[in-house]
Design a protein. Structure first.
Length: 241
């Protein structure tokens, strides 16, 4: 009887082991994640330059995985702006690794350019903000689109990181004497059609590339847009103490 019980038990164990082998077949206990490495860092170029990617690589479990990287980009070397190159790669299980590279394109000597913005509130001296990235794009016929009429006052100053549309994208007119007018105020979070912004003393200085103006409420204290160049990229302008 003991022999029969032993044989029965052995058969049960063998069956269990065989069953486990079948259910775990092809399953790995280790999950490897891909890693992307970028050569170089962020880049500042000028309109008309050629963008050449500095390079990148990817690895998975110590093996080269670069050929699996997908690169997407909105870089436009014909227009000034703030652009991004995205790099992504998936492992066999579908897990994704991502990296990005900022590519900023300036346009020296032109009104359509990228700028470091400085803005001051009309009455609140504590609300004085620096180095907000602002772009101005040429729409043709002397009309231009500024990315934020408020010069980063809310987006980079009062409420940095908040998930609201604080950029007052607006249309400007550059006159022959380099004075600048506000044609249309953008629809942003605090936009009030019953109390629109008014621009005063808008002036573009071709010699320095600096654009200055005041607004009736937010920036009565003034806004100064200084061109982004190799001399002040990427850290921005010195902040007075």
């Amino acid at each position: 009887m003991k022999i029969l019980k032993y044989l029965a038990f052995s058969a049960l164990v063998a069956f269990s082991l065989t069953s486990c082998d079948k259910t775990t077949e092809g399953v790995t206990d280790i999950l490897y994640y891909p890693v992307i490495t970028l050569e170089g860092g962020n880049i500042l170029l000028s309109v008309g330059d050629e963008y050449v990617d500095p390079g990148y690589s990817a690895s998975l479990n110590g093996e080269d995985y670069t050929s699996n990287v997908v690169v997407t980009s909105n870089v436009d070397m014909e227009n000034p702006g703030f652009y991004t190159v995205f790099y992504s790669v998936k492992n066999p299980e579908g897990f994704t690794a991502t990296e990005k590279r900022n590519v900023w394109v300036n346009n020296p000597g032109h009104f359509d350019n990228i700028y470091w913005g400085e803005c001051k509130h009309a009455t609140n001296a504590a609300r004085h903000y620096y180095n907000s990235p602002i772009s101005i794009q040429d729409l043709g016929d002397s009309y231009y689109l500024i990315s934020d009429l408020l010069c980063g006052y809310y987006t980079y100053g009062v409420y940095p990181g908040y998930p609201y549309d604080f950029d007052a994208e607006s249309i400007l007119l550059l006159n022959d004497d380099n004075s600048v007018e506000l044609i249309e105020e953008g629809d942003f979070y605090f936009y009030d059609p019953e109390d629109p912004e008014l621009m005063y003393d808008g002036l573009f200085n071709p010699a320095t590339g600096i654009f200055t103006y005041r607004l009736n409420y937010y920036l009565g204290g003034g806004a100064i847009l200084t061109p982004i160049t190799e001399d002040n990229y990427p850290d921005g302008l010195p902040i007075p103490k």
